[in-house]
Design a protein around this ligand. Structure first.
Ligand code: PA5
Length: 449
């Protein structure tokens, strides 16, 4: 396996035989997944996506990315939830931390800014100011094509493009990623003649990072999407055995399930690199939206170390004992620093001379793990050998297959998200959207409006 999953630090919490006892449940989940006999199977095409994807569209994505790089300094990527987090995770992980602030010749591709992922007006205004007079293009992404936040942001940036370049050239700078046949965005793209990319029917939003949803922004940022797919493809092969002793993704699913049954109902995904914060945000949607149903499921949370050790650390060490941690540890960062030499020991750091800052990071992570285990927090670790496309593709598939199997062990449909509709009904009713007239009266009355 390219990435490794380490369970050494759960020995105090999970006995070997408990893992063996999970095998029948995992075998059942594996069958439901691979025979497409489980609930929601019509949305499980992500399972074979790394080997079975539209090669013609993939080539078009690369051509579009090159065009964007040749005529734009900035790509505004408009989308929310599953149409946002995968690209954000990958663009952050595969590029330097302050990529948008670097000089042009220091960056592999264009600057990527994300929009349409909140209902904040100030965010849009501030982004418009940042773009200023720089040449830009827009990639609007929405599977349904009707989501409020991206629709609103798209109107603003479309009009900005039209004002700057005129209607015809603006159309050449808009790329729409949406359903092949339906939805307002699909219809508008067709009427206006935007270049379009497709979100396959059988791939839900949170599983769509390896479709055009993620691939176009990732490619425009200068990252290698071939290598990303190769990593996912190798993982698809690696995690194809139902045997817990041979499949580390299933082992991760099984251990999580055992911990949940013992009352460890919140999982913290931990990173030790600021470029990995959005890996956690992507993972939280993947896990939470897949498992959080029927009043069940592990609550997915996250912490960024060492930063959050100075804020959440107290709670993790001594608070309510329902937490476990999964550390995604990058073993070889892209760059390192030797601690600079200084005469004397005024800052108390002389004992660290000859040590690199990454060695400090690694020792800190090892020390924190031991302290948290001693404090009663089970600790799982996923080791990532490199900060590159191949490793990220591998990791994406590891988490996707793990949550697919895990969902079936909970007896729920891991691939729907009925709960995300409830707030939309209330919001549309309050905004007076046509079709919601009855609810409008009810909700406005509740707010005395
Ligand atoms: O996973 C989901 O269903 C959601 O997070 C969606 O991805 C999000 O609501 C965006 O939906 P759409 O792509 O239809 O605009």
């Amino acid at each position: 396996a390219h990435i490794t999953f380490n369970t050494k630090n759960i020995e105090n919490f999970v006995a070997e035989h408990e893992l063996d006892e999970m095998q029948p449940l995992i075998t059942m989940a594996d069958q439901q997944l691979r025979h497409r006999s489980g609930a929601g199977a019509e949305y499980s095409d992500w399972l074979t996506l790394p080997t079975d994807y539209d090669k013609e569209e993939f080539a078009r994505i690369q051509t579009a990315a090159q065009k964007i790089q040749s005529d734009s300094k900035v790509l505004v990527v408009i989308g929310i939830g599953g149409s946002y987090l995968g690209a954000k995770m990958a663009v952050d992980f595969l590029n330097p931390m302050f990529n948008n602030e670097l000089a042009d010749d220091q960056r592999k591709g264009v600057k990527i800014y994300f929009a349409g992922n909140s209902t904040s007006a100030s965010y849009i205004n501030d982004l418009v100011r940042v773009i200023g007079d720089q040449d830009f293009s827009v990639n609007v992404i929405s599977k349904s094509g009707t989501t409020t936040e991206p629709s609103i942001a798209f109107r603003v940036f479309k009009q900005l493009l039209e004002k700057k370049y005129g209607t015809d050239e603006a159309k050449q700078r808009i790329y729409a990623t949406t359903d092949a046949n339906r939805g307002a965005l699909h219809d508008e793209a067709k009427i206006s003649g935007y270049e379009t990319f497709t979100i396959p029917d059988g791939v839900g939003g949170r599983f769509s990072v390896l479709t055009a949803v993620g691939l176009l922004p990732i490619a425009a940022s200068g990252a290698d999407i071939e290598a990303l797919m190769t990593g996912a493809r190798d993982a698809q092969e690696e995690y194809s055995d139902a045997d817990l002793k041979k499949n580390e993704a299933y082992k991760y699913a099984a251990v999580r399930r055992i911990l949940y049954d013992k009352g460890y109902t919140t999982e913290l995904l931990i990173n030790w690199e600021p470029t990995m914060q959005y890996l956690s945000e992507w993972w939280k949607q993947l896990m939470g939206e897949s498992e959080g149903k029927n009043q069940k499921g592990i609550y997915p949370s996250s912490a960024n170390f060492s930063t959050d050790l100075h804020s959440l650390g107290q709670y993790i060490q001594e608070g309510r004992r329902d937490l476990f941690e999964t550390v995604v540890k990058l073993d070889n960062p892209v760059s390192n620093i030797d601690l600079p030499h200084e005469n004397g020991n005024n800052d108390g750091l002389q004992y660290l001379e000859g040590v690199t800052i990454d060695e400090v990071n690694t020792k800190a992570s090892q020390g924190v793990t031991l302290a948290h285990v001693d404090g009663g927090v089970p600790n799982l670790a996923v080791h990532l050998p490199a900060q590159d496309e191949y490793s990220l593709g591998y990791l994406i598939y590891f988490f996707e297959i793990a949550v697919g199997a895990s969902g079936y062990t909970f007896g729920i449909n891991p691939f729907n998200q009925p709960g995300v509709e409830a707030y939309k009904t209330a919001m549309f009713a309050l905004l007076g959207k046509p079709g919601y007239e009855d609810q409008t009266k009810v909700y406005r009355a509740r707010l005395n409006q």
